[in-house]
Design a protein around this ligand. Structure first.
Ligand SMILES: [Zn+2]
Length: 173
């Protein structure tokens, strides 16, 4: 498999802009932010192999559902708080209109907050998994094959679904 690509096993490359020696696992030059190119254009076969790796990495990220209990617990908590507040309003207020408005407003606000909590914990889970495992696996593959992270990112941007989790980690160092 190696030998096809003349850049294979080369772990660093010279930045085309500032000339610094930079790791091929960086998407952008750490000194001048220029995309890191190896000068090697991917063949059709290499592109297919890299696409398979990209999809596998996306699957590894999506498989992270460990924090799903957070949403479940938050949902339950917020439902209980909503009922409690409704009863409190009911006890405190005489006007039915105010009671309804206040209840609707409270529930809307609480669920907005719930959405925020879920997206925050989601993001945290993915970032942890990416930094702790997925990035390592991508780097290992790139170093073995001699492809640059920027080549990986360009191809990933093209082949990944619009809502793919891996998109959050493209074109960054
Ligand atoms: Zn540079």
């Amino acid at each position: 498999m190696t030998g096809i690509n003349p850049m294979a096993k080369s772990k660093t490359v010279e930045c085309s802009n500032c000339g610094s020696e930079v790791p091929i696992t960086d998407s952008l030059c750490r000194y001048c932010n220029t995309p890191i190119e190896t000068g090697h254009k991917l063949t059709k076969g290499e592109e297919e192999k890299l696409t398979a790796v990209i999809n596998a990495m996306e699957e590894a990220l999506v498989a992270a559902e460990g924090l799903n209990w957070v949403s479940g617990v938050s949902f339950l908590g917020i439902s209980i708080i909503s009922v409690g507040l409704f009863l409190l309003y009911y006890w405190l207020l005489d006007s039915t209109i105010v009671l309804i408005l206040l209840t609707v407003f409270t529930i809307a606000a609480l669920f907005l907050f719930l959405g925020f909590v879920i997206s925050y914990t989601d993001n945290l889970t993915y970032r942890k998994l990416y930094r702790g495992d997925v990035k390592e696996r991508i780097n290992e593959y790139l170093e073995n094959q001699g492809f640059s992270r920027h080549q990986f990112d360009v191809l990933a941007e093209k082949v990944l679904k619009d809502d793919a989790v891996l998109r959050r980690f493209l074109f960054k160092n």
